[in-house]
Design a protein around this ligand. Structure first.
Ligand SMILES: *[C@@H]1O[C@H](CO)[C@@H](O)[C@H](O)[C@H]1NC(C)=O
Length: 297
């Protein structure tokens, strides 16, 4: 009887141990931007790779200051003629795999700015009704309910993005808020918003900025900057944002071998390490980057 109990216990324990081991070996995840190149494959195909946990739809390029918001998904679809509603089933297919699909605001070029607290509130209302849990007769992506909003603010002023974050979280604490600041700390555009402590995931862009990026095998600047980010402000999960190929950014590309043998071991000890962010799906497809590194992330 005793030995029978023991063997039943061990039958139950082995799968549990294996799943715990698998979870600890896969401590981080990969986030990727999709939407700025028509030749990067569909959103559903992107999610079907199994390489990503977060996919940011890039970008809502126009918003704020009373402007009618504009979604730009390059060659994938045309929001003005309503063809992006075809993405609803792709978004749902991603979500059924446990992947979070997030709308990214801003980008390196675009026409966006927030001019007051009430302007921030009206952008939040628009986002809630058109992309999140609210309702509107003209949802650009159809009935799919996105998981959150990403702030990739790279121009204009830093004012009122904290108000936008607060208004979005007031609609629902379930809305994920993420941000993509550049690595010089604090970020010129997102610094004040990040101080709200409302952001769930922050993917810092460790590229196009020599003082805080990897350079020809030297990880010093990157690791110093990583340590500043992880020690300086309140956010649970910080991701290492990097270009997915040499073409993806002006500088800061890390060859896969250097990422896995030098960079990741130097940053994964941080309790705030969440994984890596790749700019972007097109370059990742071209360079097969995520497939090569995901076992180490
Ligand atoms: C991408 O990398 C993975 C992992 O190293 C490899 O198995 C696969 O064959 C590569 N794919 C291509 C198209 O090179």
């Amino acid at each position: 009887m005793a030995s029978q109990t023991r063997s039943i216990l061990s039958l139950l324990t082995i799968p549990l141990l294996l799943s715990l081991l698998a979870a600890s070996a896969q401590a981080g995840s990969i986030a990727v931007y999709w939407g700025q190149n028509g030749n990067e494959g569909t959103l559903a195909d992107t999610c079907a790779t199994g390489n990503y946990k977060y996919v940011m739809l890039a970008f809502l390029t126009t918003f704020g200051n009373g402007q009618t918001p504009v979604l730009n998904l390059a060659g994938h679809c045309d929001p003005s003629s309503g063809t992006c509603t075809g993405l609803t089933s792709d978004i749902q297919s991603c979500q059924s795999k446990g992947i979070k699909v997030i709308l990214s605001l801003g980008g390196a070029s675009g026409s966006y700015q927030l001019t007051s607290t009430s302007d921030a509130q009206s952008v939040a209302d628009y986002l809630w009704n058109n992309y999140l849990g609210g309702s509107s007769s003209s949802r650009p992506l159809g009935s799919a309910v996105l998981d959150g909003i990403d702030f990739d603010i790279e121009s204009g002023s830093s004012n009122y993005y904290g108000d936008l974050a607060k208004s979005l979280k007031q609609y629902s604490s379930q809305v994920y808020l993420t941000a993509a600041p550049q690595c010089p700390y604090p970020d010129s555009y997102l610094g004040p918003a990040l101080q709200t402590g409302l952001f769930d995931y922050v993917w810092v862009q460790f590229y196009n900025n020599a003082p805080c990026q990897y350079s020809s095998g030297d990880i010093t600047n990157l690791v110093n900057s990583w340590n500043t980010w992880t020690s300086s402000f309140q956010v649970t999960n910080i991701f290492l944002g990097i270009p997915a190929s040499t073409d993806a950014a002006g500088s800061g590309y890390i060859p896969p071998n250097d990422l896995t043998s030098k960079v990741l071991p130097a940053i994964q000890g941080s309790s705030k390490y969440g994984g890596i962010m790749l700019w972007n799906r097109y370059y990742d497809l071209e360079n097969n980057y995520s497939a090569q590194v995901k076992g180490s992330v």
